[in-house]
Design a protein around this ligand. Sequence first.
Ligand code: BGN
Length: 289
Amino acid sequence: LGDSQDDQSLSVEDDIMDANLSSSNETIEQEVEESALFGDAWMDMLDNVKLGGRWAPDENVGGNTEKIAIVVPYRGRRAHLKMFLLYMHPFLQRQRRNYGIYVVGQRGQELKFCKGILFNIGFISVLKDDSYDCIIFHDVDLIPEDDRNVYTCGSTPRHLSVAVDKFNYTLPYESLIGGVVAMTPSQYRLLNGYSNLFCGWGGEDDDMHKRMEKHKLQIWRPEKDVGRYTMFHHKTPPENTERFSLLKTSDLRANKDGLNNVGKVRAKITSMSRQRLFTHIVVNVDKRR
Ligand code: BGN
């Protein structure tokens, strides 16, 4: 599925897209770019999706009332985003979910990618946008292979990506919760969201697992033959060299580093725009960190 060469050429376009975001006709430029990228035939296939990446089953057919937001942190992986959207809309519709897809981009290239910050800002933004019952924190490079892997929340956090092809469809270690996780707003608030301190590859998910342990939240997982995912190929982004030391202080920080201080200290939203297949939230992360 993944083609790294294609990906590299497209990431240049992405830089330009990021640079253009502050211009006044930002949305128009993006729409033009987006339709060129997808081609009209693909757009037609997904023409039932409402502006901003929303869809709900027809109530008369006995649809699910639970409202689900898919929150996807993003930077510079345009080819992945395209495939993700083309796959996920039909997948979620086959499951008859009432859903919206939100892509949370980090502005600029000078800082490492701060996934926890994007998750926290994404969480706040989607709940301002609508009354979602369930938030699914989703990597852009993971595609579910099995329709029985139900995108829903439960009485406890649900870790859905338990069998990824990259790891030969096994869970590399028991406490891994990276990839795709579904939580209700109250579960996420109890955990104080993700840490804002993890920038660069690795560790933010392990920190989240420590939060779940601290609050004695069990993790629900699907069977390994159901929670199967294909991961798009890519180079591992610049790693977070601080992650080992940060993980030693997870428990001490959990109550004050996360959802409750993300807006004040670390980041703010610069724009929220409705695209054809997703709602695009752009986040400016504080350079000083
Ligand atoms: C782990 C990473 C996770 C990542 C998984 C799967 C760390 C912390 C080291 C103590 N954790 O090694 O963030 O999701 O691999 O790729 O790097």
